[in-house]
Write a protein that binds this ligand. Structure first.
Ligand SMILES: N[C@@H](CCC(=O)N[C@@H](CS)C(=O)NCC(=O)O)C(=O)O
Length: 219
């Protein structure tokens, strides 16, 4: 049985979306980021990233983490790739070539998309987006995204999905890393195939149920 550690309002959204797609049974421990708590060390504090019991699972004190049959994983995209291979059926790789492509796109998402997309999100949520410094951060991050987005645009103009012309874990991993940039609609509008694919991914019932659970958590 999988144990998944991490609140919905975190990168645990990635495996939680996948688990909703596959219907795999799992135990969910909604560990919360310590920085979201006034006093994470208080005796009545909820399970958080500085709790001793969680640090035994991930000594780095970050979510998500996963345990299954003694295997512990502490990187969200490694967790989704593992779950997809073991439990994902058609959402996982059908052969070695598909596995290699799913790994490639996970690394692409983590190294080319996630950081600049998060720079956009943080500028938009820290109240600086309408100030010159925030606008500059967003402009630089958007420029960093244009080359990988052009690559994605070319891929998705020719293919319905990231791998195998069906919805897979590669779509979840890529869509989740790109989601942080969705508050910059004019950037995404430059890449219509990417925009349409992202919206289609997010219209899936499993994404919608993950998102509803996320919205139900305290901000
Ligand atoms: N590369 C890691 C990043 C994990 C990460 O930064 N998690 C955040 C929540 S999304 C966290 O636990 N933050 C709390 C902290 O760093 O103290 C992954 O993809 O799993």
């Amino acid at each position: 049985m999988i144990t998944l550690y991490g609140a919905y309002r975190s990168r645990a959204s990635r495996p939680l979306w996948l688990l909703a797609e596959t219907g795999t049974p799992f135990t969910h421990l909604p560990v919360i980021q310590a920085y979201r708590l006034a006093d994470p060390a208080a005796p009545d504090a909820p399970l958080n990233t500085t709790s001793a019991s969680f640090l035994r699972v991930n000594p780095q004190g970050q979510i998500p983490a996963m345990e299954e049959d003694g295997l512990v994983l502490t990187e969200s995209l490694a967790i989704t790739l593992h779950i997809a291979r073991r439990h994902g059926g058609p959402l996982g790789p059908a052969n070695d070539a598909e596995l290699a492509l799913m790994e490639q796109w996970a690394l692409f998402a983590a190294t080319s998309l996630e950081t600049p997309a998060l720079e956009i999100l943080f500028a938009q949520t820290n109240g600086t987006a309408d100030l010159p410094e925030g606008a500059a951060v967003i402009a630089v991050a958007a420029e960093k995204l244009r080359r990988p987005l052009a690559r994605l645009q070319g891929h998705l103009a020719a293919h319905s999905h990231m791998v195998g012309d069906r919805f897979t874990v590669a779509d979840i991993n890529t869509a989740e890393c790109l989601r942080y940039a969705q508050g910059h609609p004019s950037l995404l509008a430059e890449f219509p195939a990417v925009k349409a694919w992202l919206e289609a991914c997010q219209s899936r019932p499993a994404f919608q149920s993950m998102w509803a659970a996320r919205q139900a958590e305290p901000a």
